[in-house]
Design a protein around this ligand. Structure first.
Ligand code: NOJ
Length: 544
């Protein structure tokens, strides 16, 4: 496999509105990111992925862009953004921007024009259809609403939105749209950014003919449609190939076979992708399923394309709550999950706060929640006549606000995030879980992450090594090897709230071993590994 800097990188995701507020308006801001860059640098990461900060009415926290060339007030201004880029580079890190080109805001001037009349020159920049028998053009569901179609009385047509009503989908069949997007991408790349995280990039091409579907609830018909690879190859040709950048596509509903079409090294489309077989489709920890997913993706991409590894982001409940133990074994569990993500094949991503083991949250009332996906779903279900409290309860585990609460910097009011009123409440556990505490404790989750990242810098095996699962059917143990140029690492994870017995596979019996890292302090290198009772959430790596 070709060596590339982006394959060797660790990415840290900054959800700036919840990162650090410097002006007291309750929202994190770009100035706040600048102030805390040394903290990020201390961790040792290489790349910062910055969530959207373009002009936006903010119905979907910046994923509804009304001006691709401006910075939204809450975040700051262009001068601050430029300073941020410069400061990131000064510290030897890179910056990738989150970009949304499947849809815009309904307040984007393009859409305002497009919706003004049927014969407006920009009418065709979005997807407009006549009513069918006085109703929606088809039965497609959107991510956030019961239909992808919104009726426009003035012109008696519907427009398509894969997400909220406020997020109309662009018509990628229109050449002018594509040209406008490519020009805008050049604008940012010429400013010197190091790449893009491309929001739902596999949704650009729509299912031909817009037919009714058999099962509208399974919305996978929204993505991976015929024509998508033509768009991405054109995007690469027109834009990406001119720069030394990293591109990561957000690609729901994708199998490894199809994934390779997006990231195959001979394809000239994207560098890497986020697939969602775990984050979207595995609601709770499921060991066998997780192993099966890892093996299938490894075999599918090995030597041909690069995967990404993550268990949470701004759309998914924090990993230690959802997939680990956020209680008695929070610290051990956070370290175990980190060990796994940083040693599985693919680029590791850290979502802000993960490095101190932040947890999901439970607020008392729907009023405390801000997530448009949750709010819309709540409304939809209550309007059907369901009991509001029951609906509320059912949405708590997976609401996106679980991961959007402010970074807990210290144990002062509002966790030191803001001097004002935060846009979303801080997690009440900030007195115990915060950055200040983590930095003062050599055994903290933070320093464990730091060590893992450092290991990656010094061990190509973590990047280019072969992967093999040795634990197949085990429910609690996940044991695998990474091997490269004569070295083998054995990763041993007891992903359970109880003890588990580990027996060293025979192939290692007569080999000398070295302990690389472990999440329990008392493990000694010389201790026999032949038969070990692993403690809850114990993780170890040995080199043979
Ligand atoms: C994926 C983003 O990560 C999510 O936050 C957003 O709501 C949708 N795409 C729509 O842009």
């Amino acid at each position: 496999m070709n060596k590339k800097w982006w394959k060797e990188s660790v990415v840290y995701q900054v959800y700036w509105r919840s990162f650090y507020d410097t002006d007291g308006d309750g929202y994190g801001d770009l100035e706040g990111v600048i102030e805390k860059l040394d903290y990020i640098k201390e961790l040792g990461v290489d790349i910062i992925w910055l969530n959207p900060c373009y002009e936006s009415p903010d119905f979907d926290n910046g994923y509804d862009i009304s001006d691709y060339y401006g910075i939204m007030d809450k975040a700051g201004d262009m001068a601050t953004w430029e300073r941020l880029l410069n400061e990131v580079h000064k510290r030897g890190m890179k910056l990738i921007m989150d970009l949304v080109v499947n849809h815009t805001s309904n307040q984007h001037p393009w859409f305002v024009e497009s919706s003004s009349s049927k014969d407006n020159p920009k009418r065709d920049w979005y997807i407009w259809k006549d009513p069918k028998n006085g109703k929606e053009p088809n039965n497609w569901r959107s991510y956030f609403t019961p239909s992808v179609w919104e009726y426009d009385q003035k012109t008696d047509q519907y427009y398509m939105h894969s997400f909220a009503v406020e997020q109309p989908d662009l018509n990628w069949e229109n050449v002018e749209v594509r040209k406008a997007i490519y020009d805008m991408m050049h604008f940012w790349l010429k400013k010197g950014i190091d790449g893009f995280r491309l929001d739902v990039i596999n949704l650009l091409a729509k299912l031909k003919g817009f037919p009714d579907v058999e099962n509208p609830m399974n919305i996978n018909y929204l993505g991976n449609n015929e024509g998508i690879h033509d768009y991405l190859q054109e995007m690469h040709q027109e834009v990406f190939r001119h720069y030394d950048i990293m591109t990561v596509g957000e690609i729901p509903f994708v199998t490894p076979e199809d994934g390779l079409l997006y990231v195959g090294e001979d394809r000239d489309e994207l560098h890497t992708l986020f697939h969602f077989e775990v984050a979207d489709d595995m609601p709770r920890w499921d060991m066998k399923r997780f192993k099966e997913i890892q093996t299938r993706w490894y075999e599918g991409l090995n030597g041909k394309g690069t995967n990404s590894q993550f268990l949470n982001n701004h759309d998914h409940t924090r990993q230690v709550t959802r997939y680990g133990n956020d209680n008695e074994y929070r610290v051990e569990s956070a370290k175990l999950l980190a060990t796994m993500i940083h040693t599985l094949p693919g680029i590791p991503y850290i979502y802000q706060g993960e490095e101190i083991g932040m947890t999901g949250v439970r607020f008392d009332s729907i009023e405390d929640y801000k997530d448009i996906a949750m709010k819309n779903k709540y409304k939809e279900e209550v309007e059907k006549g369901r009991d509001p409290q029951e609906v509320f309860e059912s949405l708590l585990m997976l609401t996106r606000d679980n991961s959007r609460t402010p970074i807990q910097w210290d144990d002062s009011p509002q966790a030191g995030f803001t001097t004002g009123t935060p846009w979303i409440n801080v997690n009440p556990n900030y007195k115990e879980i915060n950055v200040k505490q983590a930095l003062s404790d050599p055994k903290s989750v933070f320093y464990y992450y730091k060590k893992l990242i450092e290991l990656r810098k010094n061990n190509e095996l973590m990047i280019y090594g072969n992967y093999k699962d040795l634990s197949f059917d085990e429910e609690s143990l996940y044991v695998y090897t990474r091997s490269h140029e004569g070295k083998i690492w054995l990763v041993i994870l007891n992903h359970a709230n109880h003890k588990s017995e580990f027996i060293l596979p025979e192939q290692f019996n007569d080999h000398e071993k070295a302990l690389i890292i472990s999440n329990y302090e008392d493990v000694r290198e010389q201790d026999s590994l032949k038969k070990v009772i692993l403690r809850p959430h114990e993780a170890r790596i040995y080199q043979f």
